[in-house]
Design a protein around this ligand. Structure first.
Ligand code: SAH
Ligand code: SF4
Length: 345
């Protein structure tokens, strides 16, 4: 099977079974049977943005808003760390209460509390290059920010005026800050075409992403897209498999959205190249309020207590739960190149 730069079109023409088999082979070759665990903390559901697809959008007055305090986040991180988790993902809306100084302080505190052993990932939208650099200096290791769709017009419409260029500039700023960069897209957004999906894949390749998050779009009744059709499992699996084939060294999560919309959705992604799971370790008291989309299947489960169950479930799938940091192979390679260059100077 050809995997060159021009082959995305050819890959998209292949039957799903062939794509899944090739993606599974590559995932095994690069990452073995490991599935790396990230502890997800949804630290604020307040958001200044107004994305049409998202339940946290500014104009949704139907949800109660929260923003967790530092001590709550540190307690959650401590419990997860004690159980062995070595990556924390702090995800939230673009919340003005969370200034860069505050974010830097929480990153520093988590790093200190874990003696620098844990990787800290942030996912809280567009910020300035200086802010990303400050977060890196505070110890942030990784950042997640999906481009959502590569279609310029669709992006600007669905993100209520925020341009694709602005999102991509922020992703470049993160790359320049030197952290691992994750991005990705939703599958089945209203208005999306086969061309959009091809260009989504091309963009993932061109951005040389370290992590790629792919999830089906799920219409939320409290948003303007309430009546739109959801993404399909078939397309979600196909996109996952192609991403594994074109970016063999990337970390790819089996996403909550896939598990929420389809029974066995996450298992299908794990079989199609995914190698990461992100159990929710947000305090249960606010879980109900972080409703990006309805039917989120991690609302009642405590990610830390659930780990034994996850390990057993993965074992039954022939996979091994991994709690260590699980840096992406692409970022390790990039660091290696930088170190070699520095040694030569
Ligand atoms: N505010 C940050 C992170 C939180 S949103 C940001 O926007 O980057 C996290 C992700 O949830 C988004 O990137 C989007 O892809 C996903 N999401 C939001 N609404 C969704 C919906 N209705 N269906 C599926 N995924 C959704
Ligand atoms: Fe805010 Fe992110 Fe939701 Fe957009 S997707 S409204 S930026 S939380």
């Amino acid at each position: 099977m050809t995997r060159g730069a021009s082959s995305i079109r050819e890959l998209m023409a292949l039957p799903t079974a062939n794509l899944v088999a090739e993606a599974d082979r590559i995932r095994t070759e690069r990452y073995g049977d490991g599935v790396w665990i990230r502890g997800l903390m949804e630290f604020t559901n307040r958001c200044a943005c107004n994305c049409l697809y998202c339940g946290l959008r500014r104009e949704n007055r139907k949800i109660g808003r929260y923003s967790l305090e530092e001590n709550v986040l540190l307690d959650a991180a401590r419990a997860a760390f004690d159980r062995g988790i070595r990556t924390f993902v702090l995800q939230g809306g673009e919340d003005p209460l969370w200034t860069t100084d505050r974010l830097c302080a929480i990153v520093r505190a988590i790093k200190e509390q874990t003696s620098g052993e844990a990787a800290v990932t942030l996912s809280c939208g567009i910020r300035s290059p200086g802010e990303y650099r400050a977060l890196r200096d505070a110890g942030m290791d990784r950042y997640l920010m999906r481009f959502e769709t590569s279609d310029r017009e669709l992006h600007e419409c669905l993100r209520d005026g925020v341009s694709l260029e602005r999102r991509l500039r922020a992703l470049r700023d993160l790359r320049e800050a030197g952290v691992e960069v994750g991005s990705g897209f939703m599958v089945g957004l209203p208005g999306e075409t086969e061309k959009t999906r091809r260009e989504n894949l091309e963009l993932c390749r061109d951005l040389e992403l370290d992590m790629i998050g792919i999830g089906p779009f799920i219409p939320n009744p409290d948003t303007p897209l309430f009546a739109a059709a959801p993404g399909t499992i078939e397309e979600t699996v196909r996109m996952t498999a192609i991403v594994r084939i074109i970016l063999p060294d990337a970390n790819i999560p089996a996403t909550t959205a896939a598990g929420s919309l389809f029974a066995e959705g996450r298992e299908a992604m794990l079989a199609a190249g995914a190698n990461v799971l992100m159990p929710n370790i947000t305090p249960l008291s606010v879980r109900m309020l972080y409703l990006l989309y309805p039917g989120k299947d991690t609302i009642r489960q405590d990610g830390v207590q659930e780990l034994d169950e996850i390990a057993g479930h993965l074992r039954a799938l022939g996979r091994t739960m991994r709690l260590d940091r699980g840096d992406s192979r692409s970022s390790a390679r990039r660091r290696g190149v930088a170190e070699t260059a520095a040694a030569r100077m």
